[in-house]
Design a protein around this ligand. Sequence first.
Ligand code: NAD
Length: 478
Amino acid sequence: MSRGNVIAGKERIDTGRSIFDRRDPADERRLLVRHSLANAADVDEATAAARNALPEWAEMQSPRRAEILHRTASLLEAQADEAANEIATHAGKTIADARAEVARTATLFRFFAEQARSSDGEIGDAEETGTTIFTRREPLGVVALITPWNFPLAIPARKLAPALAFGNTVLLKPSPLAAVPALRLAGLLAAAGLPAGCLNVLVGDADVGEAIANHERVNALSFTGSTKAGRTLIDRLASKIPVQAEMGGHNPVVVLGDADPRTAAELIARGAFSAAGQTCTATRRAIVEERIYEAVRHELIERTKTLRLGPGMSPQTEVPPLIASERRDTVERELEHALQQGATLAHGGTRPSGDLAHGAYLTPAILDRVQQNTDIAQQEVFGPVVSLISATDFDDAVEIANNTAFGLSAAIVTNDLHKAMEFVTSASSGMVHVNRPTVGSDPQMPFGGTRASSHGLPEQGKAASLFYTHTKTVYLHV
Ligand code: NAD
């Protein structure tokens, strides 16, 4: 199958240019799709299309825009199985996670449809007699959206739905590793009535991302991906246009001495190994009070031994492959480096044989007695690897938890409500979970981090309207 780029409402497939062959991460002998990648001329054309479509879309009454977003959600729900299978195959996720992603995407469209309909503002009397003041939220213009492969439908939707709801037009650049779900979204939005040019999808690598982000006719950028790429874009653009960036994490779960070791192990395993650890909020460090360290370690190893590795499409699978074997190789190198720096491998970190030998698999790895200042405890490893770190007490655990450059998500496992609330206030992260894994977020609430994990306003929730619009204050004298 060949796929192209969507510009001014039409998908153009031109295999005579640079192409990218996406292989099945569960069995890389199998070709899934051949993408014809966008070039500089496509970026110019797509930007012009987005600019031309802007006046009609921005001026459309927001309830009409909301209807299109609601219809998109309904159309997606009608093809939920197909969309979920596509995610499971292209992004290598479990079919259960893929179905959840489809459902969440529909919710995102509905949530932002309602946000568009009920856009809020301020109203009041002016000092001057006969004058009323009110605020309007107006679209920014053409926005560039750059997304990673790990939530290939939901992350584009998390940006697209508010961008469109509030009257912007869009250039979307998904990762070529899983671009087909984003192309599906473009088709659904068009079928739901989105005028041509409001959404243009350009498939390509960093060069295409840079070209759209730096384009002189682009008015804002929302990026999700690695801290390295995000930082480059922020440094170059943040003084010129509004930039929102959601980047890496090094998410800790703190386990206090009163916790049940088996419950704690379950939460750590879920946070660290679902989606093969390839979520930004995945648990990277389990910081355990020394008095239950050995018990938690034991339970975690036992639980991890039972996790079933396999293709996303197989309903029994709990740990799917990594996105591609090159990424698996990187994680293996990072593990090796951790061992050289003194960590002990307590479990996993190997390639399975037999039927799975042709996929990008790695068995979930548990590193034991990791020192907090080593690289594995400081730098994001994007795979199924968790570091166990011992803490003497609560204060020590909090200090270790906050001792990285990142601040995306953090969790605590305890029955002590007082300590849980102390952790909520002292954790230096954008999201905190109590007796839950570090992963997971609800679309109606803000999603974002602190420090090296994020830049600008958070995504989702009511906060999204602040990023995708600017406020105009109107003084009306009658
Ligand atoms: P990545 O940074 O390699 O790529 C992300 C996107 O940016 C892709 O579309 C890529 O082509 C593009 N890109 C890369 N370099 C660029 C540049 N210099 N200019 C413009 N565009 C560029 O990340 P990835 O491997 O696709 O995803 C994994 C990373 O994403 C991890 O670090 C993970 O933590 C992070 N992530 C963060 C969140 C979040 O919400 N905080 C969510 C998912 C993933």
